[in-house]
Structures are given as structure tokens and as C-alpha cells.
Design a protein around this ligand. Sequence first.
Ligand SMILES: [Mn+2]
Length: 342
Amino acid sequence: MHGTGQPLGIATSEVPRSALRAAADAAAAVAAAKSVLVCGHTDADGDVVGSTLAIAQALRQRGAMVTVYNDVPYPESHAFLAGFHSVVRSVPQHASFDATIVVDAARTDRLGVTFPPLERRGTFVWIDHHRHDAPPGDVNYIDLTAASVGEQVVQLLDALEHPLQLDVAEAVYASLLADTGGFRYGNTSARSLRLAARLIEVGVDPWRMSEKLFESQPEARVRLLGRVLSSMWRSQDGGLAIVVARATDIVELGAERAHLQSMVNHVRAIRGVEVAVLLDELDDHQTRVVVRSRGNRHIGDWVAPLGVKGHKNAATFELDSSPIEAQAVLRSLWPDDERVTD
Ligand SMILES: [Mn+2]
């Protein structure tokens, strides 16, 4: 669930029994761990940030030494969450852990180059709400009905009988806000709202959270958004919209690559757009392609000719080409590629 509007599984009012059992297994696996590594997928979204910080803070409260790792800095908007400033960008070369917890990763190839090999991970706990054909953990806690991984973290802490404190509750709330699109998406269930209510009872202030996360943007990000949106190309039928983030724009505006996070959603929000694409220029011949679609428009079929596997409503991949070349390729895959002139 990454800003696509679609739930990953059928929302259920109660946590499925299999998920409850898996949460208990995950709790047992980390209960006695003294040193723990926690990480999510690279280029973290709000769910990764919130759920990793929540679990790290809670385990620290239980006396564990916890390292949170991501090879890309977490977005500054989340800097108010407890533990944000101790996130590391690489795992020391010979560090080993009693347990390693990976959240929201969907795949194993997005954990960064310094993610430790099997023999240094300790008990490997895989927590996710994405489908995975062969989840790689010693313990796999998968719950496709969870709106966000933060929700699973609470389940795990309940299994540990660890009381929720405000710093943990804020991080979980941030993960819920991210993956439900501020309680707007199809995965916003009675269950996710009940969890939100519980977090508010612990002391979370919804306006403080919204203000920090959505209404405290750096000016450079908003200016970059302006540049990115002004580059928009739209197909004749209006269904495809492509925007480009140029490396020079990011530098010129004093912005950061992390500011591009979820920018593509502004493009998908346009009436008539079915597929929105953001082309992120990594260098002269490398472009990161971020694709989001609306409703029943399946991205997988569209990007398949490029040898890319996409989810139904989301795909992120790299092409060995400039943004201009990438745009030409993507346009050629669309049934009509005439420019809308209005
Ligand atoms: Mn997620």
C-alpha cells in the first residue's frame, strides 16, 4: 500500500487468526533479543519510517540495543518522531545481531547494500502487508489485511504485553496516515480507525501530526513541485501523464531527491489521468521511473514490455536512459501519444 488508493487485501474488522498467531511468533522471536536491527525498504515511505521507529522505540523501552538502518535518509518531515536522528545509513561491516526485523519491504532486493548476510542477522523476522510468494524470514508475519505495517507493530507489541507509549503511538499513527492516505483510501477500515482512536487515547494529537507531516513543507520542495508539474506531458486521450524531475532543478532549488516522495500523486489526482509517471533523472543515462495508476487500470500489463514487474497500481524501476529517452519509450507503449495542446 504505497499511495495507490487500493487495499492490498480485503479489509477485515478483526485481525485474522493466522496473523495473530504470526504476531505471537514474531513477539517470541524478539522478546529476548538484546541487539536488534530494524529496517524497511530503501527510499522509505511514511509506513517504513513510522513502523521502524515505533518498533525500535518500543524495543529500546524493553532494554534492547536497537539499530534502525536505511541507506537513503528518512524524509525530514518525520524528524519530530522519537529515534529519527539515530537512524544509520549503513550497517557496520562486522556487526551482528540477535534479531533482524524487516518491515514493509515487499522484496528482498530493496534493503540496501550493507544489509547483513544471513549469518549476522540472528533470528530473521519478516513483517509485511504485501504478498510474498516465499517470504525469507525465519519468522514471517504477513497480514494482507493490515492497512499499514504500523498496525502489525501494535499487534506484536500487544503480544509482548508492552504498553503503548506516546512516542511509539505517534510513530504508528504516522504509518497509518501514510498508508491510508490520511484515512482516505480503500484500506481505511473500522479496524484502522479503531487503532487510530486507541492511539489518540494514548495521547496522539491529530492536528500536531497533520501539521508536522503535511503542513510544514520546506519551500524548496513546493518550488520543486512547481517545476515538476510544469513539465507535464499528457497523451491525446488524457489517460497518461508524464512529469520529469531534472537533477539540475533539484540542485538549483536547494531541494533533495527525498522531496520527490509521493509527488506523482499530484499528477494522478488530475481528472481523466489513469496512469501517472514521474521520471527522476539520476544521471545522463539513468532514470528512476515512478508509476502510479488509478482504480482498475493495471500497470503490470503496461510496463511488462520493459521487462518490469509492477503491482496493480504501483511500479518503481530504473531505465538505462535519459528522462527524454525514457519518456519516448513510455509514450510508445501508450495507444495514442499525441500531445494534448490545451
Ligand atoms: Mn506499507
